[in-house]
Design a protein. Structure first.
Length: 116
């Protein structure tokens, strides 16, 4: 178990450790980490977590959930340059998928079984 991700963790995940930090980007990274955490928690059965998380996210964060939050946060960070959902790389342009299968797999064991 580890701590819940912060903007600093997202900065590290994105490989920005060597880039000079500034207050504006640090604040935005904190917002992105908080938003990603809220989205992931909204997909989980929080009763399965090792300890309560409401009203604030405190305590230990399961490793798979921490990784899912980092992946989603990095996707949200890149998305700021693609508000219409189209990301371009030199001569290529791709549409950003709404869902990430890696995130889905990482949080699957923490979700409640679907009711059919």
């Amino acid at each position: 178990m580890a701590t819940w991700p912060t903007g600093t963790d997202v900065r590290s995940w994105l490989g920005f450790d060597q880039v000079r930090s500034d207050a504006a980007s640090d604040e935005l990274l904190d917002e992105v980490a908080a938003a990603a955490t809220a989205v992931i928690l909204g997909l989980l059965d929080v009763a399965r977590l090792p300890q309560p998380v409401a009203p604030a996210v405190v305590g230990d964060c399961p490793t798979s959930i921490r990784l899912a939050i980092r992946i989603l946060a990095s996707k949200l960070w890149v998305r700021r340059d693609a508000p219409g959902g189209i990301v371009s790389f030199q001569e290529f342009a791709i549409r950003v998928n709404q869902f990430d299968p890696d995130v889905d797999r990482l949080i699957a064991s923490w979700q409640s079984a679907p009711v059919w």
